[in-house]
Ligand binder design. Structure first.
Ligand code: XIL
Length: 312
């Protein structure tokens, strides 16, 4: 008995869920969101294409709805995300370097100011790295070079002195070339005096690719830099159809991630990228894959739910 959030809280950590606006009106889902979680992340509502679809035209209604639900439930909110290469309008991508630098400043100043006081953390820069640990050749990097990262953190800190500022990426969960790149980047930002508080590990896992290499040790080396770490977008997909063997493997992955966070004092919490297989980004993004979350389409608990609950 006891919710995921209650058990995580006994360890001084949160347990969170990513939600979209269409999901929080689902009366079958809402009670689970309120009961199981102590933190919410908007899956899409705070991305650039939602908050500034046209130059200087800021729209906060969708993000505000999720903040309001979290406040009603007594949950914290992780803002996601300020600077990314995806879900950023064409008008941004088409700017020249000078105008792009100004747009980044203006966007961050407006969005962070709007949510000042409402959020626990911001994913300031999302997915800046390639698999080999070098900088992703996004339109940000092509036009501005690596300085866009430090600039984004400084702009966010200028707009809100209190919110925790994170860098966030995937396939950085275990020790390896990409997480080595993240480690070098974060060390470099700290050396430059850039205001960064935490590193987010998305943990979009798949049972057919194996469990990340030494996740606890990896989280620990970032924590040793004096930063918070968080598991920000956990899910564990599989090739469909699911069967009891795959679901058991999935459960061990969820348990291992939970134990990795619990073993690291500076790991502040775990957010799953959804709760029910009824709403998951996996089937539409990875054709033939799915069943990635803790409960099925009918909110029936899977072995993964029990594994996380028992580990906490
Ligand atoms: C996903 C959303 O869940 C989908 O609804 C959307 O269509 C695409 O983006 N890494 C991230 C998240 O940082 O923002 C992504 O969210 C999943 C991968």
């Amino acid at each position: 008995s006891g919710s995921l959030a209650e058990h995580a809280a006994a360890h001084g950590k949160y347990f969170g869920d990513a939600v979209d606006n269409n999901e929080i009106t689902d009366t079958a889902y809402r009670p689970h969101i309120a009961a199981e979680f102590s933190q919410l992340t908007p899956g899409n509502a705070m991305k650039w294409d939602s908050t500034e679809p046209n130059p200087g035209q800021f729209t906060y209604s969708r993000g505000d709805e999720i903040v309001a639900l979290a406040q009603q439930n007594g949950q914290t909110v992780r803002g996601h995300t300020l600077v990314w290469h995806n879900q950023t309008p064409g008008w941004v991508q088409n700017l020249d370097a000078t105008a792009l630098r100004a747009a980044l400043q203006n966007h961050i100043q407006n969005v962070v100011t709007h949510y000042r006081g409402d959020l626990y953390a911001w994913d300031v820069v999302n997915e800046p790295l390639n698999e080999d640990g070098t900088f992703r050749n996004s339109f940000w990097y092509q036009k501005l070079g690596p300085s866009y990262i430090a600039d984004a953190f400084r702009a966010a800190r200028a707009a809100d002195p209190d919110v925790k500022l994170y860098i966030n990426d995937y396939n950085t969960d275990g020790l390896g070339a990409k997480s080595d790149g993240m480690y070098r980047l974060v060390q470099d930002l700290l050396t430059q005096g850039v205001p960064i508080d935490g590193v987010g590990f998305q943990a979009h896992l798949a049972i057919q690719y194996g469990f990340p290499n030494q996740m606890r040790q990896n989280l620990q080396r970032f924590a040793a830099l004096g930063l918070d770490v968080a598991v920000t977008e956990l899910d564990v997909r599989m090739q469909l159809p699911a069967d009891s063997t795959k679901l058991a493997t999935q459960a061990t992955y969820y348990r291992n991630v939970t134990n990795a966070c619990l073993a690291v004092a500076r790991c502040v919490g775990i957010t799953t990228w959804g709760y029910t297989d009824k709403y998951s980004w996996v089937p539409s993004t990875f054709p033939g894959e799915g069943a990635a979350l803790l409960v099925d389409e009918n909110f029936q608990r899977k072995p993964a739910y029990t594994a996380v609950h028992d580990a906490l």
